[in-house]
Write a protein that binds this ligand. Structure first.
Ligand code: ATP
Ligand code: MG
Length: 255
């Protein structure tokens, strides 16, 4: 056998005993998680469960109080945000984070350029600008935003704005995409459109989606991880999660 042949590739993301304290509050408490390359995973849990904080730890907004984050087997636990972004970790935010007074194209171009900034490319030849324009045009078409490319973001619907956010993070060509409730506040038809779009994304990109709606979650992923009070509660398929009495009690009780 050739060296490396049939060797199982490293998981995209491994969290080992990951924790963070905010004063007396342990917002993420000893979480262990493995996500394979190309996997689609949904993260659920009631308000305050620590989902966004987990994304903040993975993307580097806070250093962990304890534990490790491995990205393709590299320990990135202490890397600053820009270094993690340059390695291919991208995210969206729970609250919309767009430049509202710029056009759709300008927003996407900013995202394309942000990646070069993270890599400290000081001198940008004209060819690099053209490359960004070409990539931006491709993203606009892929996301059905071509017709709206010259409109100001603030004049677009909430559904369009959420789509632009996903388009922006994809413009960074990520390996790992963390989506924090991208469907929050959308109508059911906008949510369906967004779910379809997420399902069509490049299968080599690993995606973790925070999503409260079980139907949306399982339209998108095979497996759901549930957090509760900062801790890993359980993991399973749609039916396993739906039939888990603890999950039902703490989270799905009102359904
Ligand atoms: N920077 C911070 N300083 C202090 N406490 C924080 C900070 N960030 C988060 N928390 C607390 O950590 C806990 C987890 O918050 P987090 O935002 O991660 O929850 P969540 O699961 O994303 O909830 P939601 O579904 O409401 O978005 C909450 O009690 C929150 O108040
Ligand atoms: Mg949150």
């Amino acid at each position: 056998m050739e060296k490396g042949e049939n060797k199982k590739s490293d998981p995209c993301l491994v969290l080992k005993d990951l924790s963070i304290d905010f004063g007396g509050l342990r917002a993420v408490d000893g979480v262990n998680l493995t996500i394979e390359k190309g996997e689609r995973r949904v993260l659920m849990g009631p308000n305050g469960a620590g989902k966004t904080t987990l994304f903040n730890l993975i993307s580097g907004i806070y250093p962990p109080s304890r534990g490790k984050i491995l990205f393709f087997d590299k320990d990135i636990s202490r890397f600053p945000i820009h270094r993690r972004a340059a390695l291919g970790i991208a995210r969206t935010y729970q609250v919309t984070n767009l430049f509202r007074c710029l056009t759709v194209t300008e927003n996407i171009l900013m995202a394309c350029q942000a990646l070069e900034w993270t890599k400290f490319v000081m001198f940008k030849p004209l060819s690099s600008y053209r490359r960004h324009r070409d990539h931006c045009d491709t993203v606009l078409k892929e996301f059905d935003l071509w017709e709206k490319r010259s409109e100001l973001v603030k004049n677009l619907s909430h559904g369009d704005q959420r789509r632009i956010e996903v388009a922006m993070v994809l413009a960074e060509k990520p390996k790992l995409l963390l989506l924090d409730e991208p469907a929050a506040g959308l109508s059911s038809s906008e949510t369906q459109d967004l779910t379809l779009l997420l399902k069509k994304l490049d299968p080599s990109i690993t995606i973790v989606l925070i999503e409260h709606d079980l139907d949306v979650a399982f339209e998108f992923a095979e497996k759901i991880t549930v957090l509760y009070q900062g801790k890993f509660l359980t993991e399973g398929t749609k039916e396993e999660i739906r039939n888990n009495s603890t999950v039902h009690e703490i989270y799905l009780g009102s359904e």
